[in-house]
Design a protein around this ligand. Structure first.
Ligand SMILES: Cc1cc2nc3c(=O)[nH]c(=O)nc-3n(C[C@H](O)[C@H](O)[C@H](O)COP(=O)(O)O)c2cc1C
Ligand SMILES: [Fe+2]
Ligand SMILES: [Fe+2]
Length: 402
């Protein structure tokens, strides 16, 4: 996509990565992604963020459609992760900026990636503001949303917030604005991004939303560094409300069952648990881990208030995909969920108890004890599985009613 003037003298100069499917090496990006960088042309010309190293030539091409690179006076680095700062050294070489602005933790991360000894780095903190001539840029530190160095840049005269990773979505597209997308698709992409990246920092999200309200940031244009830009009052309100809702993690009346199996016994238990959930009038999603990447499962959790995990006992432990899934989920620190554990076994049967321990370490309350069945589930095993689904379902339904 060619550069787009998104506000008077403010240009999108980023790049869309249509081929990206593996985001940051751990998460799927089925819609691709984009690295949004922005250029403000004022008495001082400011570049906000860069792109992944491999996309540096495209960024430079876009930027030079507006101004020659050496005309860039300031570079603002809102975040040092390499999808936004990978091309920083190239841009510093080309632009020779008078100043590079970042947070104090940003200066540390920057020195961790680049030899910054000759760079004109100036650290800024929340409330600091610089003049670009006819406009200002003020900074809001958003520590741990999602790195220590993360910050927002706000241009009051343009009522524009450049929010870096926050409010982003992994979408590569021929259009730039949220109002041009199908709302359901956009919403799914926001959930996918939040649940795989932002979730552990839910409390920072709530603090940041409160801080934005306290600072009375009047936002007409909300421009994240991935995906689509929010430019209508409805869309700005939508994304702010969506982030508050996602960060609050109130229980949702739906259950997620995931499992792995060698010979289908654990799979049969999963189906019986699902029947029990139906009896309690709780919808569910069943995910067989050989068919679903861990990031897909995590995205599904966005609409689920309960997690019911199953593994047969394998060499006194769990099957590896279940370990991977639980490890990934635990790191993302979901809150306010009910849990449940199940699995088939042959002689020692440790797996369901191990799952229950991991769910317990995530502070998930478990309305029913871990359930195991010897080899192939018999009628009473299936009834027990159904009862487990029913009791988790009833407890979840009761919590969602309040
Ligand atoms: C390689 C292998 C290792 C196993 N290790 C254990 C074990 O340590 N303890 C146990 O109780 N059962 C063990 N089992 C038995 C399985 O848990 C049992 O066959 C179970 O019914 C499989 O459930 P599934 O049909 O869901 O795969 C093992 C099975 C296999 C094939
Ligand atoms: Fe990031
Ligand atoms: Fe990013």
């Amino acid at each position: 996509m060619a550069p787009v003037e998104i506000r008077k003298d403010l240009f999108w100069v980023g790049t869309a990565d249509f081929g990206c499917r593996n985001f940051h090496g751990y998460s799927l990006a089925p819609r691709g992604t984009s690295y949004n960088a922005y250029l403000l042309r004022d008495e001082k010309t400011v570049l906000f963020d860069t792109v992944q190293a491999h996309a540096a030539p495209a960024l430079l091409r876009h930027l030079e459609e507006i101004v020659p690179a050496e005309k860039v006076d300031y570079i603002v680095v809102n975040h040092l992760e390499q999808d936004h700062a990978g091309a920083l050294d190239e841009m510093v070489r080309r632009c020779r900026p008078e100043k590079i602005f970042c947070s104090a933790p940003g200066a540390k991360s920057m020195a961790g990636y680049f030899d910054t000894r000759d760079w004109p780095v100036q650290t800024v903190k929340t409330g600091d503001s610089i003049s670009t001539g006819r406009r200002h840029v003020s900074f809001v530190e958003t520590r741990m949303l999602h790195w220590p160095d993360s910050m927002f840049s706000y241009i009051p005269e343009e009522k524009t917030l450049i929010s870096n990773d926050a409010f982003g979505q992994n979408i590569a597209s021929s259009f730039l604005y949220a109002d041009q997308a199908e709302r359901s698709d956009l919403s799914a992409a926001v959930e996918e991004y939040f649940y795989n990246i932002v979730l552990p920092f839910s409390s920072q999200v709530l603090k940041t939303l409160d801080l934005a309200a306290e600072l009375k940031l009047d936002i007409e244009l909300l421009a994240p560094d991935h995906g689509l830009i929010f430019r209508t009052p409805e869309d700005v309100a939508f994304i702010l409300a969506k982030y508050r809702e996602l960060a609050l993690q109130k229980p949702r009346k739906k259950a997620l069952i995931f499992y792995d199996t060698m010979w289908q016994s654990t799979g049969q238990q999963a189906l019986a648990i699902a029947d029990g959930l139906s009896e309690a009038d709780v919808p569910y999603r069943i995910m067989f881990l050989k068919n679903h990447h861990h990031s897909e499962v995590m995205t599904a959790l966005a609409s689920c208030g309960a997690v019911i995990a199953g593994s047969p006992t394998h060499n006194n432990g769990l099957l590896p995909l279940v370990v991977a899934m639980l490890t990934y989920m635990k790191g993302l620190r979901p809150q306010n969920r009910l849990g449940g554990a199940f699995g088939s076994y042959g002689w020692s049967g440790e797996a369901p108890g191990q799952i229950a321990d991991i769910l317990g370490s995530m502070k998930m309350e478990q309305p029913a004890p871990p359930l195991k069945c010897l080899y192939k589930p018999k009628k009473e095993d299936l009834e027990a599985a159904r009862a487990l689904g029913r009791s988790i379902g009833r407890e979840l339904a009761a919590r969602c009613a309040v």
